[in-house]
Design a protein around this ligand. Structure first.
Ligand SMILES: NC(=O)c1ccc[n+]([C@@H]2O[C@H](COP(=O)([O-])OP(=O)(O)OC[C@H]3O[C@@H](n4cnc5c(N)ncnc54)[C@H](OP(=O)(O)O)[C@@H]3O)[C@@H](O)[C@H]2O)c1
Length: 325
């Protein structure tokens, strides 16, 4: 696949790195607990997804130390080694630190980052995010001090947080600003089926502070692709069957949204997933990171960039999904 033309970009925080306005989520890469890695898809599918994403111009890969207990980072590291250097030098890795209860010193942040860099086989990552706003013995203030130190040390391009409320984002922003380091990103769940960030102050605060929103589960874990319908009898792989939205009743309730995505998509020769992702990109300052398990999904998701829904189409989708605000 050739690179998508005119793809939209965002910066990771104020004056930060410019990246395509869509990334690749890699929670499923190596995760057999939730996603059925090794049964529903294999390493060669994931390698093909990695290659297809880069070929299409998607360069940002979002991972975490806990995804597959390090396996996601290891796979990305291996895939980067296996591609020609002139291709992978554009790859931008965003990984995450998990504030586990026994990580009580600033040194534990440095150690966790060292382990991630080893698995990824790189000297630095573009974005290092705190996975959840958990406070045990290491305070948020000390955590931000440890992260700021890593920026100065050159092992982190930028600091991000994830699942932080508007107030928690403000506090992190202030602690970092005291060290002259910007808060680059807050990664939160955001999609047409979860629009809470628009009403709980996260989007507005992020805009005010110059923080970029990374939208996770932007396809509502596959629901917005339109392939799961009450008639399709398609069972989602992994633990998703526990989510009532994948039940017969749940899918029936979603049909008006799926039908609108299909109608808009048909007129524009786009898939429902591309329409749903484009709606997020159109919000501005938002970088969706859809998960992709194979080359077809990665290439298709990349096709959410390079074009824009009309104001009427955006308004129709926003109105239809008002209940998810
Ligand atoms: N910070 C956090 O706490 C947090 C939490 C969750 C996720 N995340 C990040 O966000 C990323 C994305 O979220 P997510 O994986 O939960 O959900 P998602 O991106 O909404 O959905 C991903 C799933 O949808 C299906 N899919 C994707 N593209 C498709 C396409 N073009 N056509 C058909 N099916 C397609 C695939 O599953 P099937 O083919 O099996 O249906 C895929 O695994 C994660 O990988 C991770 O990097 C972060």
């Amino acid at each position: 696949m050739s690179p998508i033309a005119n793809l939209q970009t965002v910066t990771l925080g104020p004056d930060g790195l410019v990246v395509p306005a869509l990334g690749v989520g890699t929670w499923a890469w190596g995760d057999s607990l939730f996603w059925d890695y090794g049964k529903a898809y294999s390493d060669s599918d994931l390698h093909a997804a990695f290659a297809a994403a880069l070929d299409a111009g998607l360069t940002l890969f979002d991972t975490a130390e806990i995804y597959g207990f390090g396996q996601s980072e290891k796979l990305i590291g291996r895939f980067m080694q296996q591609r020609p250097q002139q291709v992978t030098q554009n790859a931008v890795v965003a990984t995450k630190y998990f504030p586990l209860p026994w990580r009580f010193s600033k040194q534990s942040v440095a150690d966790a980052l060292s382990a991630s860099l080893d698995r990824l086989q790189v000297a630095s990552v573009a974005l290092y995010q705190v996975h959840w706003p958990l406070d045990f013995l290491l305070s948020q203030k000390d955590l931000m001090l440890a992260l700021g130190a890593e920026v100065k040390r050159g092992r982190i391009g930028a600091v991000g947080v994830s699942n932080y409320s508007a107030q928690q984002m403000r506090d992190a922003h202030r602690s970092l600003a005291e060290q002259g380091v910007p808060l680059a990103a807050n990664q939160v769940q955001y999609s047409l089926l979860n629009r809470k960030p628009e009403t709980n102050g996260i989007i507005a605060t992020a805009r005010e502070l110059g923080v970029t929103i990374l939208a996770y589960s932007p396809l509502a874990q596959g629901l917005l692709t339109g392939k799961y319908t009450p008639e399709s009898n398609l069972k989602p792989a992994g633990a998703r069957w526990l989510d009532p939205r994948f039940s017969q009743g749940g899918l029936t309730k979603l049909m008006p949204v799926i039908q609108a995505l299909q109608e808009i998509g048909e007129r524009r020769e786009r898939t429902p997933a591309q329409v749903a992702l484009n709606w997020l990109v159109c919000q501005g300052n938002v970088l969706p990171i859809p998960g992709a398990k194979n080359a077809r999904q990665a290439a298709q998701n990349a096709g959410a960039l390079g074009w824009e829904l009309s104001s009427d189409e955006k308004a129709r989708l926003s109105q239809l999904t008002q209940a998810y605000c």
